[in-house]
Write a protein of this length. Structure first.
Length: 315
């Protein structure tokens, strides 16, 4: 019959190993949960910030645009008055009007909307604004002496042209004033969605993409292609729900992601699952090291006690 005393060392080893595995599992589970909650908290905090600030940005840009439009409409009215006083619309005279009114271009249209005369300081004129100059609302100005027209046109390079029109006072037709703002200058004095992401690193906050009209207009990751976005973003759209942090897989890698709707755009946030899995591994390793040290300490203490008793028994 087997001596029960001989089983005790084996049972103790099994208990020690089981205890170690349990400690590692608990520590890893706590670390994973803590990391998940941290990612979730940062993601929703970022979304809330973008929502709130975008409203402020929109109000600021709208107010700035309105001031610019009002000044430009006044320029168009003054231009019509200047031309009526001189009765001269040759390009050289238009250059004088442009200089006096501090605009970048002057266009004179006949009653049918055809260009009769034109001057620009930087080459941005009727050739770049064909669609705008043929709009019915602008052409209607010729039929109503008290009516004015104003709009802002965004150029392919990101620049902006304020287009403002008034009815000629001296002859049938329309006078148009242009004010061209370069892309660099416009971006410097316009608050954009990209400005909102300044300071948000991909390491701490994950990748943040803002999409407007099925086009990515801002991202804190320079590698994300403007307009189309990334493969990961496409997977997130298909598999994640709004306002809920979800695991999804893309390109053979696991991610955590969420999305939210704000005004007329969507905010997408995603981060590799490995970014917080590393924390769980480190927590498990630290727990295991502590557990092994504790068991070794207890075993050493037990050995010293038993050794002392053995020495006393021999004496």
């Amino acid at each position: 019959m087997t001596d029960p005393a001989k089983k005790k060392p084996g049972l103790r080893i099994v208990a020690v190993v089981a205890g170690g595995l349990a400690a590692v599992a608990v520590a890893s589970s706590i670390a994973i949960r803590s990391a998940y909650e941290g990612v979730e908290s940062r993601a929703f905090s970022t979304i809330d910030y973008i929502r709130q600030q975008s409203l402020t940005y929109e109000s600021y840009n709208h107010a700035t645009s309105m001031k610019s439009t009002m000044r430009a409409l006044e320029n168009a009215t003054n231009l019509a008055r200047e031309i009526a006083g001189d009765g001269d619309t040759d390009p050289q005279k238009l250059a004088d009007y442009a200089r006096d009114l501090r605009v970048t271009g002057v266009i004179v249209l006949d009653a049918d909307g055809r260009v009769a005369s034109e001057y620009t300081t930087d080459g941005v004129g009727s050739a770049q604004l064909v669609d705008e100059l043929s709009r019915g609302a602008l052409l209607d100005v010729a039929q109503n002496g008290s009516k004015v027209y104003g709009s802002a046109v965004t150029l392919p390079d990101g620049g902006r042209v304020d287009v403002d029109a008034a009815c000629r006072e001296d002859a049938p037709g329309i006078v148009v004033s242009l004010y061209h703002t370069s892309a660099d200058f416009a971006n410097r004095y316009t608050l954009t969605l990209q400005n909102l992401l300044s300071g948000y690193s991909t390491e701490d906050n994950g990748t943040v993409d803002i999409e407007q009209g099925a086009r990515v207009v801002a991202s804190n990751d320079e590698s994300v292609a403007a307009g189309s976005g990334s493969e990961v973003l496409g997977s997130l759209k298909r598999r994640c729900a709004a306002h809920k942090l979800t695991f999804f897989r893309s390109g053979g890698q696991d991610y955590l992601g969420t999305l939210a709707h704000a005004c007329d755009y969507y905010v997408y946030i995603y981060t590799p699952a490995s970014s917080f899995a590393r924390g769980a591994v480190l927590a498990g390793a630290a727990t295991l090291a502590f557990y092994v040290a504790a068991v070794a300490g207890m075993a050493s203490s037990r050995w010293r006690v038993e050794h002392r008793f053995l020495e006393q028994a021999i004496e």
